[in-house]
Design a protein around this ligand. Structure first.
Ligand SMILES: [Mg+2]
Length: 329
């Protein structure tokens, strides 16, 4: 789940996590066979099966002048597969619900071409769905994944662990900034950031490996500044993290400097990274089989995240608006 424009991931709601908790209470009831329900990136509905759903809405998650219909189809599935990666799962099958504007289905063919390309890349069958008419284009996809062992979830971080991430952060944030301000598109490497925003690559292979060794695991869809506190709260631990240690590529640094934002702040708040973040025994980092960058540590103490490093003293919340919200398309 994620956005980049505004209402994705529930970011326009003042407190998505509180809303989810409230709604969860309304649907609480018998759940025979369900091993883990709401609270992780996907639900564990059988010893070997996880299940999740996510929606992409025109104007909130994508703009048609910034992404092609094929990009939209790719991303609608990819963001779901990222949640499977966060559970250490491999894709099994997807159901696709599409809403087309005023019954105009003309974009569905290229959307499905992009969706199909993503599905074939990651080995996910598309087994059904439906099409309905509505005020705007939206794609809601539910995916089923298979796991080999119980996944770590978000609640297993323990004092003494380190916090580490896969890949690099801030690419999509830089890409979004460049789409908003074409003057930034002349910076070297920015086209790769735009490509990452349009077609993210879920870390399925890495997730399967990390699920065997990590104590906590989730994907970074809202930006670490929002996602890391979810591990801290669910695990009941204190986390300290350092903005200056975040893996940030040169084009992202260049864009951040042009925006007048510290690169670490842009990387922590931008969202749509679709990397994985883990809490892991420091002895397991080097030999776990997945390249990781250590960016923090887990301590005993009140549940929450304390950020250090350049820009942290100004607080991260103020940049959230800049990094995540676009003017109404
Ligand atoms: Mg997620």
């Amino acid at each position: 789940m994620a956005d980049g424009l505004g209402w994705g991931e529930g970011t326009a709601h003042p407190d998505e996590d509180a809303l989810v908790a409230h709604l969860a209470a309304l649907v609480d009831g018998p759940a025979p066979g369900v091993l883990r329900g709401i609270g992780d990136d996907a639900a564990l509905i059988a010893p070997d099966l996880v299940w999740t759903v996510d929606t992409q809405v025109e104007g909130s998650h994508f703009r048609r002048d910034w992404s092609s219909p094929a990009d939209v189809g790719w991303k609608a599935l990819a963001v779901n597969l990222s949640d499977l990666a966060a559970m250490g799962a491999q894709p099994v099958a997807a159901l696709v619900s599409a809403i087309v504007p005023d019954g105009d289905a003309s974009d569905l063919e290229p959307i499905y071409a992009g969706l199909g390309a993503c599905a074939r890349t990651y080995g996910c069958a598309v087994v059904g769905g439906d099409v309905a008419s509505g005020p705007g284009l939206a794609l809601s996809i539910g995916v089923l994944g298979r796991i080999a062992a119980p996944p770590p979830g978000r609640d297993g971080a323990r004092p003494g662990d380190v916090i580490a991430v896969t890949g690099a952060l801030g690419e999509s944030a830089a890409g979004l900034a460049a789409l908003r301000d074409p003057a930034l598109q002349g910076l070297g490497g920015v086209e790769g950031c735009i490509a990452h925003l349009r077609r993210p690559h879920p870390r399925l292979a890495e997730g399967a490996v990390l699920a065997r060794v990590a104590h906590a695991l989730m994907d970074v869809s809202d930006g670490l500044a929002r996602d890391l506190p979810r591990i801290a709260r669910r695990s009941g631990v204190a986390i300290t993290a350092d903005l200056d240690t975040l893996p940030v590529h040169v084009p992202v640094r260049d864009v951040a400097h042009r925006l007048g934002v510290e690169p670490g702040v842009l990387a922590a708040t931008g969202g749509e990274d679709y990397e994985l973040v883990v809490a892991i025994d420091p002895a397991d980092v080097a030999g776990c089989g997945v390249p990781l960058t250590v960016i923090g540590e887990v301590l005993a103490g009140a549940a929450g995240v304390v950020w250090r490093g350049t820009g942290a003293e100004a607080g991260l919340a103020g940049w959230d608006h800049l990094a995540r919200r676009a003017p109404n398309p």
